[in-house]
Design a protein around this ligand. Structure first.
Ligand code: FCA
Length: 330
């Protein structure tokens, strides 16, 4: 019978031999892993920050691991088992790692729940057995689109003449739902479907957004007014920077991000407004604190988390960002 390293250590502990294995006399604290795909992104830093607050409140140990590819994810899961974790929360670098993650967690006797990006199984469907907390992507995207439409109206733009740059990452369901939600809202407000230009990004950071946007904007040199949407603040900001690089300043661009973490804050804090007019503020508290707390309870009390939770967002801009942040940190 195959015995995982964790089970092996537990067996040793059972025989009073834990110290022989070099394990300090057993640490009774619950340990919760929190694996994220892009540890340098402010959103994930924020998730970790709030997860740590849950750890401090309940007295469990939070083990934070950044895992940018599949090998690192599997190594992280083994590492968590070795360190005696009872389970982990994960935003994986690729949702298609779902089956591998599920199997590896099972082999190591670890509970698993996903956050932000839902894991996909071998049948191409979400793995329903893994509890998930994600954003209500289509609605949040629609709010981004409506925010842009309202600003266009305020500026007196004719939406029928506006180009929409949809920076896309369609292999990720939440990213597709977000940007399609925005696109549909803008079309409803008067944007013409033939004026939608997709720019496919390879990475979901600012550089990825910039590299995707530049050639598309260059090719459509006749479009004078641009709306820009994307899966997160970094992506959208990359699009705004690309437009600026081509001489399109704040009066030619209306962009709305999704996220509201440090990237957007830094943009709003600038003295001069840029084309990045707003973002949809998400809740890193719900995605970080609540998921870590739910995993802790699952391990400690055997109470499984809700199978599926969708969180909402609200418009954040230069006028209200400081007030909204103060409320979130309170
Ligand atoms: C995805 C994105 C992140 C963030 C999160 C809520 O994981 O990559 O930037 O938007 O969803």
């Amino acid at each position: 019978m195959a015995v995982s390293r964790k089970q092996f250590l537990q067996l040793l502990a059972g025989f009073g031999l834990a110290t022989v294995a070099g394990c300090a006399k057993s640490d009774e604290r619950v340990k919760v892993g929190f694996i994220v795909k892009q540890p340098e992104e402010p959103w994930f830093q924020n998730e970790w920050k709030f997860a740590q607050q849950a750890a401090d409140k309940y007295g469990f140990e939070l083990i934070k691991i950044g895992a940018t590819d599949g090998d690192k994810v599997l190594a992280a899961i083994d590492n968590l088992a070795t360190r005696g974790a009872g389970g982990f929360v994960i935003c994986a670098p690729n949702p298609r790692l779902g089956t591998a993650i599920q199997q590896r967690a099972k082999a190591n006797d670890l509970k698993v729940m996903s956050v932000d990006d839902r894991l996909i199984g071998s049948n191409d469907q979400p793995i329903e057995a893994i509890p998930h907390v994600g954003i209500s992507a289509t609605k949040i995207g629609a709010l981004a689109g409506e925010t842009i439409a309202a600003e266009a109206k305020r500026r007196g733009w004719n939406l029928a003449e506006v180009g929409l740059l949809r920076i896309s990452f369609d292999s990720l369901q939440t990213a597709r739902d977000r940007t399609m939600g925005a696109q549909e809202a803008l079309i409803k407000a008067g944007l013409r479907p033939e004026n939608v230009y997709d720019a496919t990004q390879r990475t979901s950071d600012t550089e990825g957004g910039f590299n995707a946007a530049s050639p598309v904007l260059t090719r459509q040199a006749n479009v004078r007014h641009w709306a820009i949407v994307g899966m997160n603040d970094e992506t959208v900001l990359g699009g705004v920077r690309a437009a600026e690089g081509l001489g399109m300043k704040a009066d030619a661009v209306i962009a709305c991000g999704i996220g509201g973490s440090g990237t957007a804050e830094a943009e709003f804090a600038k003295t001069d407004a840029t084309g990045f007019v707003a973002t949809i503020l998400l809740s890193p508290r719900q995605h970080g604190y609540d998921t870590a707390e739910a995993m802790y309870r699952w391990i400690k009390e055997g109470v499984a988390p809700a199978p599926l939770t969708y969180t909402s967002g609200q418009v954040m801009n230069r006028d209200n960002w400081q007030a909204l942040k103060a409320r979130e940190d309170a």
